[in-house]
Design a protein around this ligand. Structure first.
Ligand code: FAD
Length: 462
């Protein structure tokens, strides 16, 4: 590093309220590490911001020194775009404040908060906003890409509940984005990811939720997989928005309600969630157990916050991950057969195929209302490749890609940007469909030099 750069770093250290972390610092490795251990990058400078002014200074520092910028919210993006090699990592993980205005049903959430930080603050008042299914995920990246979770069928995507956001733009300005202020930017950040600036705070609508909800798992033998899927397809056609059911194909974890001889064998798991009256929920859920000869089920009344953590262990920090995801507007017989074929041969013990139901309130929002375009999607079909040993990278990655290719003929257009891996830049235009050209225009206006390009990048020229 040149003397000049050293001097500028010293100045940066003095100017920011947060911390500047450098490769020689003892906590450097801890701070640069993100959820996906497959991603191992070394930023030149990490700025742990504590306020919007820190963010503006970090952006200016990067530009003065012609360094790339990556933005870290919760560090959970599978593509690992939160961290860069030799650039400036703007780390928001110290900005975790969540303020709830219970009377107005509004939440003000700093961009380093996790879903867990947000949920626990809102649930004190019996309130919540739809988000994801693992509480350690960052609210920032999740929101900016769209955001689906257990409450989405009833209350929409996370972006459908966004009221405003504080943004630091490429030129260092701190501005608000909402329906009435910088409305084009507000439109773009609802699905367009981190392309347009660094969001420092989100304002969300809140809804009465729980605090207790009905949720749990039903497990079926893998031999009945096709029958379960066929019945599932029919059932969800008329399921109320309060009820969300996903399908997971995995090797059975040692869950207490599963017979021991099933542990480690392929099973079909139905995670089930009902928001609303518990007795009505029990009635709605009851037919699911008759899809086949269930090994068992563990459905009960849980605090919403607890259910939001139910999948944390399955997707914990520090393993190696590679995902592939399709949008589906229908479940054709052929796709069900392909799922069953692949789920029969999960290559590694922690690999999962998941079918995620997203139809409901999200689909009732017009495709051009926000940057998130594919509102007609009913399911997301994912391979959640996960393993621990670097020597297994090729096995996990090739399996994910093979499943993705085999199911591609039955998928609909685009993809969910938050599930895309690092080499899928060529899919970005398809993600945004007819909204893409407008996003390019907004990118030109707010980030003409594309300084925010370490993401699923929308380039300022078409
Ligand atoms: P980070 O890796 O910190 O950030 C990802 C990218 O978002 C950054 O590179 C940057 O481009 C952008 N970004 C982040 N913060 C900011 C900011 N403040 N300003 C501007 N840009 C920013 N998604 C769902 O919708 N539903 C789910 O149920 C769900 N479950 C998940 C479970 C797990 C275990 C994981 C790992 C992911 C899950 N996701 C889910 C996907 C999730 O939405 C994305 O991974 C998302 O990017 C995570 O946000 P983050 O802040 O943790 O990511």
């Amino acid at each position: 590093m040149t003397t000049l750069l050293n001097e500028l770093i010293e100045k940066l250290k003095t100017n920011v309220k947060g911390h500047v972390v450098l490769p020689d610092d003892p906590n450097y490795d801890e701070v640069r590490q993100i959820w996906n251990a497959r991603i191992d990058r070394r930023p030149a400078v990490i700025v742990q911001c504590t306020q919007a002014d820190d963010v503006a200074r970090a952006i200016a520092f990067a530009q003065e020194n012609k360094l790339e910028i990556s933005i870290r919210g919760g560090g959970h993006n599978v593509a690992g775009t939160a961290v860069c090699d030799n650039g400036v990592m703007i780390d928001l993980s110290m900005m975790k404040n969540v303020r709830i205005d219970a009377e107005k049903r509004r939440a003000y959430v700093e961009a380093g908060a996790t879903l867990g930080d947000f949920d626990s603050a809102a649930q004190v008042h019996g309130l919540a906003t739809p988000s994801g299914n693992v509480s350690e995920t960052g609210i920032a990246g999740l929101t900016l890409g769209g955001g689906f979770g257990w409450l989405s069928r009833k209350y929409g995507m996370t972006i459908d509940n966004l009221v405003s956001a504080g943004v630091v733009t490429a030129d260092g300005n701190k501005i608000q984005a909402s329906e009435t202020e910088n409305a084009d930017l507000f439109w773009a950040i609802r699905g367009g990811g981190g392309n347009f600036g660094v969001v420092t705070e989100f304002e969300f609508k809140l809804h009465p939720v729980g605090p207790e909800i009905l949720a749990g798992l039903i497990a079926f033998p893998f031999s009945q997989a096709k029958q379960i899927l066929t019945q599932y397809r029919k059932f969800v056609e008329s399921a109320p928005d309060e009820l969300t059911v996903w399908v997971l194909f995995c090797k059975a974890p040692p869950l207490p309600f599963l017979p021991e001889n099933v542990h480690g064998k392929e099973v079909v798991l139905l995670p089930v969630f009902y928001v609303g009256d518990i007795a009505e929920g029990e009635k709605q859920i009851e037919p699911l157990g008759r899809f086949g000869d269930a090994y068992g089920e563990q459905i009960g009344v849980h605090p919403y916050v607890e259910w939001q953590q139910a999948f944390n262990a399955m997707l914990s920090h520090g393993a190696r991950y590679y995902w592939k995801s399709h949008n589906l507007t229908e479940l054709r017989d052929e796709v069900l057969d392909t799922i069953v074929n692949f789920a029969d041969k999960l290559p590694l013990p922690q690999c999962v195929i998941s079918l995620i139901l997203v139809d409901g309130a999200p689909s009732r929002v017009p495709a051009n209302a926000t940057a998130y375009y594919h509102r007609d999607v009913k399911f997301l079909l994912n391979t959640d490749g996960r393993w621990e040993d670097v020597a297994q990278d090729e096995i996990g990655i090739q399996w994910s890609r093979a499943f993705f290719q085999a199911t591609a003929p039955y998928a609909s257009a685009g993809s969910y940007v938050n599930f895309m891996t690092e080499e899928e830049g060529d899919r970005v235009a398809a993600v945004y469909g007819a909204n893409y050209d407008r996003l390019v225009q907004i990118k030109k206006r707010y980030d003409p030099d594309n300084i925010f390009h370490l993401n699923q990048n929308i380039k300022p020229q078409s």
